[in-house]
Write a protein that binds this ligand. Structure first.
Ligand code: BGC
Length: 842
C-alpha cells in the first residue's frame, strides 16, 4: 500500500500541522519502525493467551510452596538424641554447621559419600554407602537377595533377618548410613530399570518389607530410605545440558490422592519404623525437583509424616542453593557447589537465609548420629573397611558373619517362583542324564576389580559401546541397552549391585548333585542352537533379563533367549526354563509349547543363586515364592505403563512431562481396571503340594469416619504451627493410622504329599469412588501371611488390619478417612484366585 492509497481510506481527513496529523505523518515516514511495532502490539494478546495456555497446562501440575521447613523436635523416641544434638549444635559456628550439610571428596575411603565433620566437637562426619542389597563395590562382603527377590519371598521375618545381617556388614566396614532400602520406584512402568531394587509393584507389600528392612538395618547403622518420591523411570532422570538450553528431569505429575494412596504409602510405613534418613530423588514432582520440593519434603515428609531425621540429596540431585535448603533438604551429596565455601553461613550473615533453618539442618544430622548410637566409642572409624582401591595394599576387613550363611541361602531359595510345572516335571528325581544350556548357568567370565581398582558389577561389565558410554556420561537416554548379561544374574546393575566373596552358579551346584546321583551332564553355554543328547531326562535352560540403574529396559523379553528356549524345546520334551529376571519378563514366545514343562522366575537371589535353585529343582524344598508383579501375555497389555515417558512426547521436550493419570491403578490394579487377564497374576506361584482354604472369619470393628465432622487431621500439613500440634503424632505421622481395626482369619490345609509354605493373601475392595474419576477403585492387597504346613495338616492364619488399611485419603480434609459402606474381602492364593470371599460394613 502506498501513501496515496493509505490517505484515501481515511474517513476523517487529517489536518496537517495538528498533533494527530503530525503523528500520522511521522508514522508514514518511519514505516520500518512502525510496522514491526504494530505487529508486535497486535500479537501481544495472542502471545499472552499462548503463555496463559501453557501456564494453564502447567498449572495442573505445579507443586505448592510449603514454608517454613518444620523443625525436628525429638518426637517419640528421638527426645534424648535431640537433647544431645541441641547441646552440640549450640556450640557450633555457622561455618561448622554449614560444613556438615555437604559432602567432601577426599578419596581416602571407598565410601560413595563422606560428609563434613566437626572434629573440635567430636563429630567425625558420616560415611554414606550403597545400597539396599548389601555393601557395594568392595571386598569381604555378602551379596544378599535383591529387593524384588525378597518381595517374591513374601517373608517378613526373612526380610528383617536379611537386613540385620546386612546392617552389621555396613557397620563393620565403617559405613554410617546405608543407602537403602528402596521403596521407590514402586514399579509404575513394567520396563523400569530399577524396579528390582524395590520389593514389589504394590505399596502394601513394599511398605511391610521395607519397614522390616529399616528395623533390621538400624540395629547397626542408619537406613537411608530412597528415592523420595514418585521416581519411576530412569529415562531423563537427570537434567541434560544442551548448547542452547537444558532438558530438565522428567516431571512425575500426580494428584494428592495418588501420592498418598500409592507412592507415599510405603514411605510412611518406613518412617513409622523409625528411619533416620531419606534420600530425595532425581525426578521432578509436579514440575519441581524432588530435592527442592517444599511440598514433598517440608509439607509431607517433615510435616505430615513428622520425620525427625535428615534428608540427603541423591547424588548430584541438588539443583539450587537456598531454595533446596528452604524446601527441606538437609545434606547435599556427594559435594555441593551451592552450599560449599560457607555459602549457607554467609547467607545467614547477610540476612538472606534464616538461621533457624541452618540450625535445624545441623541438628537433624547430629540428632541422627546420636539416635543410632554412633557417637559412642566402639563405632568403627569412618570407612575403615572401604579401601578406595582394591588393587592397592589395604587391610582386608572381612565383614561377613558366618551366622548369615543360612539366612542368605534361605533368602535365595524363597524368592524363586514356580509358574509352570506340567507332568510333575519338577522336582527332578535322580536324573540319569541332564543337559544344561544358557549363558546364565555359569559364573561371570570376569569377576575382578577393573583398572580403577574397584569392582564393577554394573553396566561397565556389559561392554557398552562408546556412544552408550557417552549417553550415560551426559545423562542422555541410552540407546539399545543390553537386555541380558553373561553369567548368572544374581544382582542387577548400578548402585544397587554388589560384589560377594563368591558366586554359586547353577551349573556348579548341579555338578555337585551329579556327583551324588551319578548323573551324566552335557552342557553348552555359548551356542544358541545347541545339539541335544537324545537320552536327556531333562534339559535345563538358564536365561536372564538384565536391568540396571541409568536406563529403562528396551523390552520385556529378548528374542535371542527366547530362540534358545524354543530351540531346546523343539527337541527336548522335558525342557525346564529358569529365568534370572531383574523385573517383569514375558514368556509367551514359548510358554504354551508342551515341551516346556516347567518354568521358574529365579529373580536375583544373591551369591547363593546356584545352590538355591538346585534345592528347588531337586525338591529338597518346595518352592514358596509368589510373584510381586504381574506378567502379561503381551507387552501391549501394560498399555502406557509398559515404557518410560519420553521427552519428545512432551509439548516442550526440554521439560519432559509424565502424567500419572492412571492414578493408583498400576500393575495388577491396572489389569483389574482394564479387565485384562494376565499370563501370571500378582501373587501367583506354584509349589509341590496343594492347599485348600476355608473358614473365613471377619472380625472388624472399624467405624466410618468419612462423615465425621469432628474428625480433623491432628497434624497440619506443613503449616507453620506444625510443631505445636503434635498430639497423637510421632514418627510416621498420625499414630492412630497404625491402630488395629480388627482382623480377618482363614484356615489353610495342605492337601498334598509334601511340606510347603503357602503365601495366603488378603485383598480388600474399599467402597469409595476414586477422585480420579476415570479410574475405578479395584481390590488391593492389605494382608499376607506365609506359613509352612505339613501334608495333611491345617492352620489358621490371621491378617491384622490397621486403620490406614481400610482408609482412603480425603484430599479436601487432608486426612485418612474410613468410608461408609460395604467392604469386600477376598482371601486366597493370588489376586485372581481367592476362594474365600466375604464382606464387612462400616
Ligand atoms: C543413585 C542412588 C545411589 C547414589 C550413590 C545415585 O546415582 O540414584 O540410589 O545411592 O547414586 O551411589
Amino acid at each position: 500500500m502506498d501513501e496515496k492509497d493509505d490517505i484515501s481510506h481515511e474517513s476523517t481527513p487529517l489536518v496537517k500541522g495538528s498533533p494527530r496529523g503530525k503523528f500520522w505523518h511521522w508514522c508514514k515516514t518511519h514505516k520500518l519502525i512502525v510496522i514491526p511495532v504494530v505487529v508486535m502490539i497486535l500479537l501481544l494478546p495472542l502471545l499472552g493467551l499462548l503463555a496463559l495456555n501453557k501456564q494453564h497446562a502447567r498449572a495442573d501440575y505445579t507443586s505448592p510452596i510449603i514454608y517454613p521447613s518444620p523443625q525436628g523436635y525429638g518426637a517419640g523416641n528421638w527426645t534424648d538424641a535431640y537433647t544431645k544434638a541441641h547441646a552440640m549444635v549450640s556450640e557450633m559456628t555457622l561455618e561448622e554447621m554449614n560444613n556438615i550439610t555437604l559432602g567432601v571428596v577426599d578419596g581416602s575411603t571407598g565410601c560413595v559419600g563422606v560428609s563434613g565433620s566437626v572434629p573440635r566437637l567430636g563429630f567425625p562426619g558420616f560415611c554414606l554407602h550403597d545400597a539396599g542389597n548389601g555393601v557395594r563395590n568392595t571386598d569381604g562382603v555378602n551379596a544378599y537377595a535383591s529387593g524384588l527377590h525378597v518381595g517374591a519371598t513374601w517373608n517378613t521375618s526373612l526380610a528383617y533377618e536379611r537386613a540385620v545381617f546386612m546392617g552389621a556388614e555396613f557397620k563393620r566396614k565403617g559405613v554410617n548410613v546405608a543407602l537403602g532400602p528402596v521403596v521407590g520406584p514402586i514399579g509404575r512402568i513394567a520396563e523400569g530399570g530399577r524396579n528390582w531394587e524395590a520389593f514389589a509393584a504394590d505399596p502394601y507389600l513394599d511398605g511391610i518389607l521395607g519397614a522390616q528392612s529399616v528395623r533390621g538395618l538400624q540395629q547397626s547403622v542408619i537406613a537411608s530410605v530412597k528415592h523420595f518420591v514418585a521416581y519411576e523411570q530412569e529415562t531423563n532422570r537427570n537434567p541434560i545440558a544442551g548448547e542452547d538450553n537444558t532438558t530438565q528431569s522428567t516431571s512425575a505429575n500426580l494428584d494428592d490422592q495418588t501420592m498418598h494412596e500409592l507412592y507415599l504409602w510405603p514411605f510412611q510405613d518406613l518412617m513409622y519404623a523409625g528411619a533416620g534418613c531419606v534420600m530425595c530423588s532425581y525426578n521432578r514432582i509436579n514440575n519441581t525437583y524432588a530435592c527442592e520440593n517444599s511440598k514433598t519434603m517440608n509439607g509431607i515428609l517433615k510435616g505430615e509424616l513428622n520425620f525427625q531425621g535428615f534428608v540427603v540429596s541423591d547424588w548430584a540431585g541438588q539443583h539450587s542453593g537456598l531454595s533446596s535448603a528452604n524446601a527441606g533438604l538437609d545434606m547435599a551429596m556427594p559435594t555441593s557447589g551451592y552450599w560449599d565455601k560457607n555459602q549457607l553461613a554467609n547467607a545467614v550473615n547477610s540476612g538472606d537465609f534464616n538461621k533457624t533453618r541452618l540450625v535445624d539442618m545441623a541438628t537433624r544430622i547430629i540428632a541422627t548420629w546420636h539416635q543410632f548410637g554412633q557417637n559412642e566409642t566402639g563405632f568403627p572409624a569412618l570407612g575403615v573397611g572401604m579401601p578406595p582401591d582394591l588393587l592397592a595394599p589395604h587391610n582386608y576387613t572381612d565383614a561377613k558373619d558366618p551366622a548369615a550363611r543360612s539366612s542368605l541361602l534361605q533368602q535365595a531359595i524363597e524368592g524363586h517362583v514356580l509358574v509352570k510345572n506340567s507332568n510333575n516335571s519338577l522336582p527332578l528325581n535322580r536324573p540319569k542324564v541332564l543337559s544344561i544350556f544358557g549363558y546364565d548357568a555359569i559364573s561371570q567370565s570376569m569377576y575382578n576389580p577393573d583398572g580403577t581398582g574397584l569392582f564393577k558389577q554394573d553396566w561397565e561389565v556389559l561392554s557398552l559401546n562408546s556412544q552408550q558410554g557417552m549417553d550415560i556420561g551426559s545423562n542422555a537416554p541410552v540407546e539399545n541397552p543390553p537386555q541380558t548379561a553373561q553369567g548368572v544374574l544374581y544382582v542387577g546393575g548400578g548402585s544397587g549391585s554388589n560384589t560377594p566373596a563368591y558366586i554359586s552358579a547353577p551349573y556348579d551346584a548341579i555338578q555337585a548333585r551329579a556327583y551324588d546321583d551319578g548323573t551324566a551332564i552335557f552342557s553348552d553355554f555359548t551356542s544358541n542352537e545347541p545339539a541335544i543328547v537324545a537320552s536327556s531326562d531333562a534339559c535345563l535352560v538358564f536365561i536372564n533379563e538384565y536391568a540396571s540403574e541409568v536406563w529403562d529396559r528396551p523390552g520385556l523379553a529378548d528374542s535371542k533367549s527366547d530362540n534358545l528356549v524354543s530351540h531346546v524345546a523343539s527337541t527336548c520334551n522335558n525342557t525346564v526354563v529358569v529365568i534370572h529376571n531383574a523385573g517383569i519378563r514375558l514368556v509367551d514366545a514359548w510358554i504354551e509349547n508342551p515341551n516346556v514343562t516347567a518354568v521358574i522366575f529365579g529373580h536375583l537371589p544373591g551369591q547363593d543363586a546356584g545352590r538355591a535353585v538346585a534345592q528347588i529343582l531337586y525338591g529338597d524344598v518346595s518352592p514358596s515364592g509368589r510373584l510381586p508383579y504381574t506378567v502379561a501375555k503381551q507387552a501391549s497389555d501394560y498399555g502406557k505403563l509398559q515404557s518410560a515417558c519420553q521427552a519428545k512426547d512432551s509439548k516442550d521436550p526440554t521439560s519432559p512431562q509424565c502424567n500419572f493419570d492412571e492414578g493408583v491403578n498400576v500393575d495388577y490394579r491396572n489389569f483389574l481396571a482394564q479387565k485384562i487377564r494376565p499370563r501370571y497374576e500378582f501373587g501367583y506361584g506354584l509349589t509341590y503340594t496343594t492347599f485348600d482354604y476355608s473358614n473365613l472369619n471377619i472380625k472388624i470393628n472399624a467405624t466410618a469416619s468419612a462423615n465425621n465432622t469432628v474428625l480433623a487431621p491432628v497434624y497440619t500439613n506443613g503449616t507453620t504451627d506444625q510443631n505445636s500440634k503434635t498430639d497423637g503424632v510421632s514418627n510416621g505421622g498420625l499414630q492412630s493410622l497404625f491402630d488395629s481395626v480388627g482382623s480377618i482369619q482363614a484356615t489353610i490345609a495342605n492337601t498334598g504329599k509334601v511340606a510347603a509354605a503357602e503365601v495366603s493373601q488378603l485383598y480388600i475392595q474399599i467402597p469409595a469412588s476414586y477422585l480420579n474419576a476415570k479410574n475405578p477403585r479395584t481390590q488391593v492387597l492389605r494382608g499376607f501371611q506365609k506359613v509352612t504346613i505339613q501334608p495333611g495338616d491345617s492352620t489358621t492364619v490371621t491378617f491384622p488390619l490397621r486403620f490406614k488399611d481400610v482408609a482412603i485419603w480425603d484430599v479436601v480434609r487432608q486426612a485418612w478417612v474410613i468410608p461408609v459402606g460395604e467392604f469386600k474381602v477376598f482371601v486366597g492364593k493370588s489376586v485372581l484366585d481367592t476362594p474365600l470371599e466375604g464382606t464387612f460394613s462400616t
